[in-house]
Design a binder for this molecule. Structure first.
Ligand code: GLC
Length: 546
């Protein structure tokens, strides 16, 4: 592993959703030993780092983003010794590891929340969370009408130890995820302890969940809040009472001081819904260092839109001095092989509620575009975050029946939103077996029969497979070793084309008809390149030969 402290600037980071990656003990839930057993696969893929979604003890009200204990491993996923073994195996393979820090809220089973419920209103134990009296003659109404991200109200009433109704507490997500009070010094100190705990165990960095939500303006009268979403429309000027407050940056400056105690300094990436300019503050060298550029997630398949989005993200990175972070999929959205199989204006939630049948996706087109888009992203300067399974070209499992759904979005919104389980189905390793090689005992979300064709085993060594495309792209990207600049080619309509400083040119033909292939040696292509043309929905990488 390179000792370069700037290793993250152009890293390819692979997100592992631990419960759905590999199950070593056959209980249907992926675990740490399962991930360790697949380190050779990750090494052969050619990634630089793994980001592990939460593996901490949790009742799984929100897939592990409801943390009971920040400095431990869920017994169903293993032990701290298993974690150490995983870190050792990854490092030995030259792969770094980032873990998820969920600081906006704990779970309601966290010892702090249990102590808060047992304590009287006004007690210090309650001050670690956000408790308020209700409105109405008997406090029967919530303190205000703020909505939760998972709907409906952001407030839940407590029951006192004697059984009488009590105060209300704030939860921007599910009721099982009470928001922490970041004005309480004990909360701030405890997260520093958590960061050190994992950094001391060899963790190279952190992904900061909901980074823009930690500080709130709770002054009264409460201001109306139309939405508090992770990716939501809200004023991009710091005026929202619950999101992207200026005060939040003090927290990240204090975290940076901790990161810099280590050699090389620990890195971090913010999950935030702030726009490119305000996002740059989270990504500053004195704060987290990077912030996700989620903008491509909802950019339509259109060359002008892609180029504009990419330019805005490059500009944002220039403001912060950081590098951009590209991504097409994660555990919160419909997989991009399916998104690209649908018209851009498709309401994805309605499509999921219709079990993926209305409209019917054009999966061949989706895969063609997904492959082209992946190559485009991997040619850009900056770091790229991949989500497990995208290297197999996996589409969304859109037809999960209601009775297997786990996502709080589904339960909280009374079935109005199907939620995110369809991208969290375990990934297929083998073409046969009850869980396609995920484990010996089935899977916690059902895996469809068609997963067989997408399995790792079916794709390894097949030159035209999506897995081999990713492997080749990652290998080339490393070898080409370009600097952080990009020069746009003059626009041919429908084409996104640019050159990196080493003469590496990436051309994505987003249209449907072919365009002439420019001069140069073909390094890689996302699909067949017959003759001297780049077919539609295809990316070609060329090396300038002059
Ligand atoms: C982030 C996570 C998401 C989770 C939410 C609450 O957006 O990515 O999965 O539900 O935060 O922790």
């Amino acid at each position: 592993m390179t000792p370069d402290p700037q290793w993250w600037r152009q890293a390819v980071v692979y997100q592992v959703y631990p419960r759905s990656f590999a199950d070593s003990d056959g209980n249907g839930i992926g675990d740490l030993r399962g991930i360790t057993s697949r380190v050779p696969y990750l090494r052969d893929l050619g990634i630089d780092a793994v980001w592990l979604s939460p593996f901490y003890p949790s009742a799984l009200a929100d897939g592990g983003y409801d943390v009971d204990d920040y400095r431990n491993v869920d017994p169903r996923l293993g032990t701290l010794a298993d974690f150490d073994e995983l870190v050792g195996a990854l490092h030995a393979a030259g792969i770094r590891i980032l873990v998820d820090i969920v600081a906006n809220h704990s779970s309601n089973a966290h010892e702090w929340f249990r102590a808060a419920l047992a304590a009287a209103p006004g007690a210090p134990e309650r001050n670690r969370y956000i408790f308020r009296d209700g409105r109405g003659a008997r406090g029967e109404l919530p303190p205000n009408d703020w909505p939760s991200h998972f709907g409906p109200s952001a407030w839940t009433r407590t029951t006192n130890p004697d059984g009488t109704p009590g105060q209300w507490y704030l939860h921007l997500f599910a009721p099982e995820q009470p928001d922490l009070n970041w004005d309480d010094p004990e909360v701030a100190a405890d997260f520093i302890t958590t960061l050190r705990f994992w950094a001391d165990r060899g963790v190279d960095g952190f992904r900061i969940d909901a980074a823009h939500l930690l500080k709130k303006d709770l002054s009264e009268p409460y201001r109306p809040v139309p939405t508090i979403g992770i990716v939501a429309d809200y004023p991009d000027d710091g005026s929202h009472p619950l999101a992207d407050r200026d005060e939040v940056h003090e927290i990240y400056r204090s975290w940076r001081r901790v990161f810099d105690e280590y050699t090389p300094p620990r890195v971090a990436v913010a999950e935030t819904a702030a726009g490119p300019v305000r996002r740059a503050r989270y990504a500053g060298a004195d704060e987290l260092g990077q912030a996700f550029d989620f903008d491509l997630l909802d950019t339509p398949w259109d060359a002008v839109a892609f180029r504009d989005t990419i330019s805005a993200c490059l500009d944002g990175a220039r403001i912060s001095g950081s590098s951009p972070t590209w991504t097409l999929s994660n555990h919160d959205i419909v997989r991009h092989a399916s998104r690209y199989a649908l018209q851009a204006d498709t309401d994805l939630n309605r499509w999921l509620l219709a079990n993926g049948t209305d409209p019917l996706p054009d999966l061949a087109q989706g895969l063609r575009r997904a492959r082209a888009a992946a190559m485009l992203l991997l040619a850009l300067p900056g770091s790229t975050y991949l989500y497990q399974g995208e290297e197999l070209g996996l589409p969304e499992v859109a037809d999960l029946p209601a009775e297997v759904l786990q996502d709080p979005q589904w339960f909280r919104d009374a079935g109005a939103r199907k939620g995110r389980d369809g991208c969290r189905v375990p990934i297929p390793w083998e073409p046969t077996g009850p869980s396609f090689g995920f484990g010996s005992g089935g899977a916690h979300l059902p895996m469809p029969a068609w997963f067989s064709d997408y399995s790792v085993e079916r794709q390894v060594g097949v030159p035209t497979s999506t897995l081999e495309l990713y492997r080749a792209a990652l290998r080339l990207r490393r070898e080409l070793h370009a600097g952080e600049s990009l020069t746009w080619d003059d626009g041919t309509e429908g084409v996104v084309s640019f050159v990196r400083d080493t003469g590496w040119r990436s051309i994505t033909n987003m249209g449907s008809g072919p365009i002439p292939l420019p001069a140069g040696r073909i390094l890689l292509a996302s699909g067949p390149v017959p003759g001297h043309e780049v077919p539609g929905e295809t990316t070609v990488w060329l090396q300038r030969t002059t």
